[in-house]
Write a protein that binds this ligand. Structure first.
Ligand code: ZN
Ligand code: ZN
Ligand code: ZN
Length: 541
């Protein structure tokens, strides 16, 4: 009898222990759609299928007022912030490229000359997350599971794969275009590609997308976007008009061969093919240790930059992405199991409606002419300091002072910052100017000042920070871009669905750094080490 009780008690503890591990999703899929404005969810809603975006909304939780809470809204910082749960102030990815004050050169957010390419003879594989200073939730999941839960990162863009996957990832894979058309990686992760990746590359999956890109549905039904031909669109080399259909096979030679796929919805389809191959090849979600798969859809960004927010091309790209999401979710249902995985979907930044188009509708907008400003600024420097050498670099709307030169001239850093700020504010289309001294000495809690401060890293950022007028960009007159703290750049979708997620929606403001601690809370693991966001408790079941 006593023996029987003892066995029952231990069985009880044993089943409980298994139970608690089974409570966690077997797989978390973190999806970033590059350059997805919030209104792409609503504007194209009628054209979406039941199994993609709409499924996430119908079954999951929709955070309708979700924003980036820092400047600049670029891809590198965006991906780092989603997965680390903090902002450039802490994770240090202050832009895609930035001027490095120590080496006195421009560095790329994911470049790493200490590692070698794997899967290509080019230098495109010399990448790692070493410039990101803090952990992602996937790093914390690796630590929590004693490295038993896997992490795989996937994207067309290297930074879209590398930063989300974090420091401890088993792998990150990105696409090498030009004349290669393969997914590659770096020696940071491994010495050679696993068989499933080599097999995927050998299958000529990328080549199969050299076909005609026409609209998915009849173009006359695309009433949610503007004319297929407009002065505001770019297009492809070798084709006179930016109009459907696009014969990619005929255009590839004039558009850097496999690179043309990046700028079409087929780049996203290829990413989905590869994500499915990864789930299979790595057996993701097949044991009791939660695995993490990060997928960044890069092509939406290329299409947006080329054709703009209101183009037929962007509408078709989202309709087709929705189909790819449906395909991915069905695959997850069938392999990991319905209700056994959790997905979130967000973006790394939005985009401004094309300023030339806004102007044509009488909305204040326009373009910046850096060259004209440069001449005026040079004159100011010579008149004030007798030399223009007090400036070391101007990039990312920041001015970096030459500290050695200031010392030599006996000038005070904070005084020069102040003088230049007072000079720059007089320029057309400069809305605000702040100094690093202000960023270091004042705690801003709201407004553009708080966004700048969240994006300001004392070690890496510049001495003077410039803010453009709203809807003014330094960009060509066709297509669009992003980077500001205005709503068109900060407001992006945030959808959760699957295991552990309630059904609902909110207009309560959420910010990008809330995502990572929310996933940590769902998994019961440590928050990323510098996370500044709040877990969204109300979405967790
Ligand atoms: Zn981006
Ligand atoms: Zn067009
Ligand atoms: Zn972009």
């Amino acid at each position: 009898m006593l023996k029987y009780i003892f066995i029952s008690v231990s069985l009880f503890f044993l089943t409980n222990a298994i139970q608690s591990q089974n409570d966690n999703p077997k797989l978390v899929v973190g999806i970033v759609v590059d350059q997805m404005r919030y209104d792409y969810l609503t504007r194209f809603n009628d054209k979406y299928s039941e199994g993609g975006f709409k499924r996430m909304i119908k079954e999951g939780f929709n955070c309708k007022n979700n924003h980036f809470n820092y400047v600049p809204t670029y891809t590198g910082p965006g991906h780092a912030s989603v997965f680390t749960g903090t902002t450039p102030k802490y994770h240090g990815v202050i832009s895609n490229n930035w001027y490095d004050k120590t080496s006195k050169s421009t560095v790329y957010c994911a470049s790493d000359s200490t590692v070698t390419s794997v899967g290509t003879l080019s230098r495109s594989g010399q990448m790692s997350p070493h410039r990101m200073l803090t952990t992602t939730f996937s790093d914390e999941n690796r630590l929590f599971t004693q490295m038993k839960g896997k992490t795989i990162g996937i994207a067309i863009k290297d930074r879209g794969a590398i930063l989300p996957a974090g420091h401890t990832a088993n792998a990150a894979y990105w696409f090498k275009g030009k004349d290669e058309g393969h997914f590659i990686t770096s020696s940071y992760y491994m010495e050679s590609l696993p068989k499933w990746v080599s097999d995927f590359n050998a299958s000529n999956s990328a080549e199969s997308y050299f076909k005609v890109w026409d609209t998915f549905y009849d173009i006359s039904t695309y009433t949610e976007s503007g004319s297929d031909i407009s002065d505001f669109e770019g297009g492809f080399d070798g084709k006179e008009t930016p109009t459907f259909p696009y014969d990619l096979n005929a255009l590839k030679d004039e558009n850097r061969y496999f690179d043309i796929l990046k700028g079409t919805p087929f780049g996203n389809s290829l990413t989905t093919d590869f994500a499915i191959a990864a789930i299979k090849g790595e057996q993701l979600g097949q044991d009791n240790y939660t695995d993490i798969l990060t997928v960044s859809y890069s092509s939406t960004d290329y299409v947006g930059h080329n054709f703009g927010v209101s183009s037929k091309e962007i509408q078709d790209t989202y309709i087709r992405l929705d189909k790819d999401l449906e395909r991915l979710f069905i695959y997850l249902d069938n392999t990991v199991g319905i209700g056994d995985y959790t997905v979130f979907l967000t973006s790394d930044h939005g985009a401004v409606e094309i300023p030339a188009y806004l102007k044509s509708t009488k909305i204040p907008a326009g373009y910046f002419y850096n060259d004209r400003r440069k001449v005026k600024f040079q004159k100011f420097l010579l008149d004030t300091y007798g030399t223009n050498e007090v400036i070391e670099n101007i990039s990312n709307n920041q001015i970096f002072l030459n500290r050695a030169k200031l010392k030599e001239l006996g000038l005070s850093i904070s005084e020069v910052q102040e003088q230049i700020a007072n000079e720059q504010i007089n320029y057309d289309n400069i809305a605000k100017v702040y100094t690093a001294s202000i960023m270091n000495s004042t705690n801003f809690t709201n407004g553009i000042e708080a966004l700048l401060q969240n994006g300001f890293n004392q070690k890496r950022s510049g001495d003077i920070i410039l803010v453009n007028d709203i809807s003014y960009i330094a960009y060509r007159k066709t297509g669009t871009t992003h980077g500001s703290g205005s709503n068109y750049d900060t407001h992006v979708p945030l959808l959760f669905f699957g295991k552990g997620i309630k059904h609902g929606e909110t207009y309560q403001r959420t910010v990008i750094p809330d995502i990572a601690p929310t996933i940590s809370a769902l998994l019961g693991i440590s928050f990323p080490n510098a996370s500044t966001g709040q877990p969204l408790g109300y979405i967790i079941d």
